[in-house]
Design a protein around this ligand. Structure first.
Ligand code: NAD
Length: 483
């Protein structure tokens, strides 16, 4: 297999918040692995910008330690490690004050791609975008990269888009949803649009329903303050689950190009029906099985924030009318598991007497064991009549492609390199983000107005009882949360 690697131009990548957790854990180790893979061009420079008073050597030492901690295997190659540290520069900069911007300007070269990665609190996104503009750093060759939360409702998302667009055109703004950087999520598009097999069946005539689950086994430990202002609907559904829904439900784009793809995703969001109150279940985990409750880590002992949400979503268009999409996400559930499961309709007629109705289910596993399973009905071997049984046809990508562990690039690695290449295909467009909030806002407003308390659920299970009832009422059943 010959992989097509698109060359990366030389660049200056400024990481605002370079001393923070996200930069140390994900961004800088991700860039290091790209260097190890031979993708870092000669002369590429990574410029850390943060408030801490440190010299270049201090920053290099800090990043070296982060590499040793978060990617010890690659960092064991001392020559590579040294080459990476050599790409690093540092500028002390409090973005809220005028000082420091000049020093940053001096570091930047005029003739290379320039990218600004905002790995800081979203409250600083607008300040930084304005600062880059005012100090003349936002050139035509520049790109700006931001990540969720991209607003907390439609009004704030619009305000953020307006702030970003003071110095940057839409073609220069890269909004990360790291789910789009996941290999399996991209594989969903390969599965749908590079195989003739599935697309004819991919519609309400053949699909009974779709389940999208993103389950976490951990709780909100240490992030209660942040999570209280967000909850599962804002933190997960509006962005990650919405993206998965869009890629599953969208029409085939005419080309694998940024706007062709994003136009189709936007059409899906615009086709979503408002969600009926009886089609939503909110939950919050209580204490149990030796685990703390949600409120133990909340700043508000009476918090009504949902750590779980399940909802039925109806996509009102010719392809999907009548086929519900059930979305579910939560913390402190039985396992860490993310999947998209397409359940097909029953055969129109059974020729086998007494046959239980088996349904084909196509499962796209995002984690763990990324891969695809198709559940099929076959004959149970042996004499004694035609007994049928259900079996999985299972493909784990790492086995199918004989990949070594760690060979698949992390979502961030892929996305950062796409920024440098100028490829926006896997990034969200401003109107997409706004449309997603436009659909989410009334749902949140309705439950805030009703003052409903989320249903309590036990840690280590599959969420509140009423989430089960949501599907039972429709004569369906959730798939098990298990690995
Ligand atoms: P952090 O608190 O660990 O780091 C914040 C960084 O911002 C530090 O380097 C700090 O020096 C810098 N900073 C703060 N105020 C500044 C100022 N006035 N001027 C210049 N620099 C300033 O935060 P984090 O966990 O790295 O998260 C950064 C952003 O990424 C947040 O918006 C967060 O929501 C988002 N995010 C984080 C994660 C994660 O895994 N940590 C995942 C997804 C999204």
């Amino acid at each position: 297999m010959v992989a097509r690697v698109i060359p990366v131009e030389s660049f200056d990548l400024v990481v605002f918040g370079a001393t923070g957790d996200l930069a140390r854990r994900k961004i800088l180790p991700g860039l290091f692995r790209r260097l190890a893979a031979g993708q870092m061009p000669e002369g590429a420079r990574i410029i850390g910008a943060a408030r801490s008073d440190m010299k270049r050597a201090d920053f290099q030492k800090m990043v070296g330690e982060a590499l040793d901690e978060f990617d010890p295997k690659t960092a064991a190659n001392k020559a590579l490690r040294a080459r990476f540290l050599d790409c690093l520069h540092y500028v002390q900069l409090d973005v809220a004050t005028p000082a420091g911007w000049k020093a940053l300007a001096k570091q930047l070269r005029a003739d290379v791609v320039r990218a600004f990665y905002l790995s800081v609190s979203p409250s600083l996104f607008g300040v930084i975008a304005a600062g880059l503009n005012e100090h003349g750093l936002a050139t035509a060759q520049s790109r700006i990269v931001v990540e969720k939360p991209l607003g907390h409702d439609l009004a704030s998302a619009r305000a953020l888009n307006a702030q970003l667009s003071t110095g940057f055109g839409e073609g220069q703004i890269y909004r990360i949803d790291h789910y789009l950087g996941k290999e399996t999520v991209q594989n969903l598009m390969a599965l749908r649009f590079a195989n003739a097999l599935f697309e004819p069946l991919w519609n309400a005539r053949h699909v009974d329903h779709v389940q999208i689950t993103v389950a976490e086994d951990i709780g909100v430990e240490g992030r209660g303050g942040y999570y209280d202002k967000s909850g599962a609907m804002r933190d997960m559904v509006q962005n990650h689950l919405m993206q998965l829904l869009c890629l599953t439900a969208m029409e085939p784009p005419s080309r694998f190009e940024p706007d062709a793809l994003r136009d189709e995703k936007l059409k899906v969001i615009r086709s979503l029906e408002p969600v009926l109150p009886e089609h939503i279940v909110r939950g919050q985990y209580r204490a149990g099985n030796g685990q703390d409750s949600y409120v133990t880590h909340s700043e508000n002992p009476a918090s009504k924030t949902e750590s779980f949400v399940a909802l039925r979503v109806d996509v009102s268009n010719w392809r999907w009318s009548g086929t519900p999409f059930y979305l579910r996400t939560g913390k402190r559930l039985r396992a860490r598991m993310s999947e998209i499961a397409i359940t097909f309709k029953e055969t129109p007629h059974s020729i086998f007497p007494g046959m239980d109705h088996h349904r084909n289910v196509l499962v796209i596993r995002l984690q763990p064991n990324e891969g695809i399973t198709l559940r099929m009905t076959i004959k149970d071997p042996g004499p004694g009549g035609m007994r049928l049984t259900e079996v999985p046809m299972d493909m784990t990508f790492s086995e199918a492609l004989a990949l070594e562990i760690g060979a698949v690039p992390d979502a961030y690695e892929r996305l950062i390199m796409d920024v440098i290449r100028g490829d926006q295909t896997l990034f969200m467009r401003g109107d997409e983000v706004e449309a997603a909030w436009g659909w989410t806002d009334p749902i949140i407003a309705a439950w805030e107005a009703a003052g409903t308390t989320p249903s309590a659920y036990d840690p280590g299970g599959s969420g509140p009882e009423d989430a089960l009832a949501l599907l039972h009422r429709d004569g369906r059943k959730w798939r098990e949360i298990a690995v």
